[in-house]
Design a protein around this ligand. Structure first.
Ligand code: ADP
Ligand code: MG
Length: 370
């Protein structure tokens, strides 16, 4: 009996152990399967021991955390949408960086590099930050390529037109002529060794309004990436920079605003599907006033001193947002024919123009870039 009991007891113990082992293995397999499905990108290299399920859930939630906000800076609304770990801190750091760039490049900030350059016109050279020097150098290259259609020494003309004023007036021909005589990018004195800039004639001034937002958006995107964000979209007053794809892996969809649309949601032309790309639009609807039935807007022809009338808007796609911004203004000033010819000479940039008869014109590369 004893022996009988002992054998049965042993058999029962073995059965129980097998059962426990079976259940244990089943639980482990289920947990491992669950972790693989949840973590996706971690794949099979995750060992079962390092599999705290709760932590893996928080990680997944954290990875897909989205932060978005709009702030008024550089005289426009800048919005950031960032998806990823610590997106809130990343977004804050990007805004801080863009504000720092504004404090260097705005002509409305009293002690900015640009204000100091302008105050020093006709006097000594002015030492500037690396960032400002770089943006000015790029702008001067663009001036050379466009025969001065894009010219950051447009400052005196912008002052005469004063689009920021409450009561708008069309300046008289004398004022325009006087301002025009102070424009000339070839006169800018740049010293890369000492990083100084000099405007040789009193009254000259530079205005980075056609390029600084694009540069700031690019740097904002860089900061986001440095903070580990791999999906983001920055819109700095019509200068859009995308980081990676949308979080679902699909490209970002960008509509081009109809320059004569009733609302800001009215679009024109194709919807652009972009990944890691910048899209900038310059339009005659951004800053303008109407006088005697005529629209006067903020993109000026350095030769005539008047707002450009051949175009309503220009959208440029490029890898780099600084170039997209600068080129959208440049192509606007060049007009449809010359503008398309010019953009087609450049690698990695393409344009869509809405001409002042409401037609859309595309450069050769535009279709392929979206
Ligand atoms: P927005 O400022 O509305 O985004 P743009 O990027 O086209 O539009 O820039 C327009 C700004 O560029 C103007 O407000 C002015 O500061 C500057 N600007 C105007 N005309 C010229 C020009 N011919 N060359 C260079 N900059 C210009
Ligand atoms: Mg621009």
């Amino acid at each position: 009996m004893k022996w009988e009991y002992g054998r049965r007891h042993r058999q029962a113990t073995i059965l129980r152990r097998r059962l426990f082992l079976g259940i244990f293995l089943l639980v482990v397999i289920l947990m491992a399967g669950y972790a693989v499905i949840r973590s996706g990108s971690y794949g099979f290299s995750w060992s079962v021991r390092n599999l705290p399920l709760d932590v893996s859930r928080t990680q997944a939630e954290n990875d897909s955390k989205e932060s978005s906000r709009s702030e008024f800076l550089m005289d426009t609304f800048v919005s950031i949408r960032a998806i990823g770990p610590n997106s809130e801190q990343a977004m804050q750091a990007a805004f801080d960086e863009m504000r720092r760039i504004e404090s260097l490049m705005s002509r409305y900030v009293p002690d900015s590099d640009v204000s100091r350059i302008n105050e020093g016109a006709g006097g000594e050279s002015v030492k500037v930050s690396e960032e400002t020097f770089y943006v000015i150098e790029e702008a001067v290259k663009c001036a050379g390529l466009t025969n001065g259609a894009f010219d950051i020494t447009i400052g005196p003309l912008m002052e005469v037109w004063d689009f920021g004023a409450e009561d708008h007036a069309v300046p008289d021909a004398c004022e325009i002529e006087q301002a025009r005589s102070l424009i000339g990018w070839e006169l800018l004195e740049l010293d890369p060794l000492n990083r100084t800039v000099r405007l040789p004639i009193e009254g000259m001034s530079i205005d980075l309004g056609g390029v600084a937002k694009g540069y700031a958006a690019r740097e904002g995107a860089r900061i986001l990436q440095e903070h580990g964000i791999s999906h983001a979209l920055i819109d700095a007053g019509g200068n859009i920079v995308t980081v990676g794809s949308r979080p679902d892996g699909k490209p970002w969809q960008i509509g081009i605003r109809d320059p004569r649309g009733e609302s800001m949601e009215d679009t024109i032309g194709p919807t652009l599907s972009v990944v890691n790309c910048a899209v900038a639009t310059s339009g005659d609807y951004e800053r303008f006033f109407v006088h005697d039935g005529r629209r006067y807007h903020h993109i000026l022809h350095p030769e005539t001193g008047m707002p450009v009338e051949t175009v309503w808007s220009v959208t440029v796609m490029a890898k780099d947002s600084l170039y997209a911004d600068m080129l959208s203004t440049a192509v606007f000033v060049l007009g449809p024919d010359e503008g398309i010819r010019f953009i087609e000479t450049l690698d990695g940039a393409s344009a869509m123009i809405v001409t002042s008869d409401g037609n859309t014109v595309f450069s050769k590369g535009f279709e392929e870039m979206h």
